[in-house]
Design a protein around this ligand. Structure first.
Ligand code: GDP
Length: 314
């Protein structure tokens, strides 16, 4: 069987489903990952969602946080503190190696896509991990405390400022990468799955990349999204808070509405079954809370089955 799938994903929430999909599909999965959170810190190019994806799929991830590496040591941060250097963004010693290597290769003129592909291979990751763009596109958060770069909002200010508007600086200069175009044009493609990532912070930046939304629309396969909101709440992170601040009711209906025109199926949590009739597209009910690896694999299988059903194959 050579049926292939493309997943669109952000960081921790998206990576959970990607791990399940990777168990089912292996190298038949391509993951388009948000790079709107990327930034330069201490002269290093950090790509948090790409790294979370790589660490999760390789088993290196810190299971307590869902990001960073397990069994990490912090000699670098302690030494930096001793020099009076910035402490607001934690870089573990092992993690640092990835940022140094990525920065070295970017400076030598290689693309983020090529570097990420090599790192994925080195870590034994089977799916293709494809950054949404090789050109820098920065998620900027306009808040009641002023205009903040994404990591300054997310990490330094712990998502406390009230979000007024989000924008994706540099998007107009970006373009869909040849690798993403090839994944979406693959004749074996059977479905596109929007992971339960934050629609506004993780998926919107990706949809802002010129050509990507059109290429998704042109792919002749079912497109589905999995809710990141269960019972009106985010499992983790600021999704529901941001929805409220943007004047949107924080529920799964609003997430499905947000993806209107992009998707032809929505995976709603069983707990929210009463909302089914208000979802403006075909609904599949599932247990979407992923605590264990089995939960992730079960949800992945449910998503693949839903795509097959929508395509009239099941
Ligand atoms: P981030 O960039 O690290 O914030 O990660 P994402 O944007 O990929 O994921 C954040 C979203 O994942 C939040 O809206 C969470 O509600 C959602 N999320 C996290 N874990 C789960 C889960 O187990 N099930 C579902 N349905 N959503 C989840």
């Amino acid at each position: 069987m050579s049926a292939r799938y493309v997943a669109l994903s952000g960081g921790v929430g998206g990576a959970k489903l990607c791990l399940g999909l990777s168990h089912v599909l292996g190298d038949r999965l391509s993951i388009v990952v948000n790079t709107g959170d990327d930034f330069e810190h201490l002269g290093l190019f950090v790509s948090p969602d790409v790294d979370t994806t790589l660490y999760t799929l390789s088993g290196l991830v810190n299971p307590e946080t869902g990001w960073g590496r397990r069994d990490e040591t912090w000699t670098f941060m302690r030494a930096l503190e001793g020099l009076g250097g910035p402490q607001w963004f934690n870089l573990g010693d092992g993690d640092l190696a990835l940022h140094v290597e990525r920065t070295r290769r970017l400076k030598a003129g290689e693309t983020l896509t090529a570097i990420t592909g090599d790192v994925a291979r080195a870590l034994g990751v089977k799916p293709r991990v494809l950054p949404m763009s090789d050109a820098p596109i920065a998620t900027i958060v306009e808040t009641d405390e002023g205009v903040l770069g994404f990591q300054h909002y997310f990490v330094r200010r712990r998502c406390e400022p009230v979000v007024k508007r989000l924008r994706f600086d540099g998007a107009e200069r970006g373009t869909i990468t040849p690798e993403i175009r090839a994944a979406l044009n693959d004749p074996e493609l059977r479905g596109i799955i929007v992971c339960p990532s934050n629609p506004w912070l993780s998926i919107d930046p990706l949809l802002a990349v010129p050509g990507l939304r059109e290429a998704l629309a042109a792919a002749p396969v079912p497109k589905i999204a999995v809710t990141p909101i269960i019972d009106g709440k985010a499992v983790k992170g600021p999704t529901a808070k941001i929805m409220g601040e943007l004047g949107i009711t924080p529920d799964a209906v609003a997430v499905a509405d947000h993806y209107a025109g992009l998707i032809d199926g929505f995976v709603l949590d069983e707990q929210d079954a009463s909302l089914s009739a208000r979802i403006g597209t075909t609904v599949a009910l599932a247990q979407t809370l992923m605590r264990t690896l089995d939960d992730k694999i079960a949800l992945a299988q449910r998503c693949i089955g839903f795509c097959e059903k929508l395509a009239g194959r099941a």
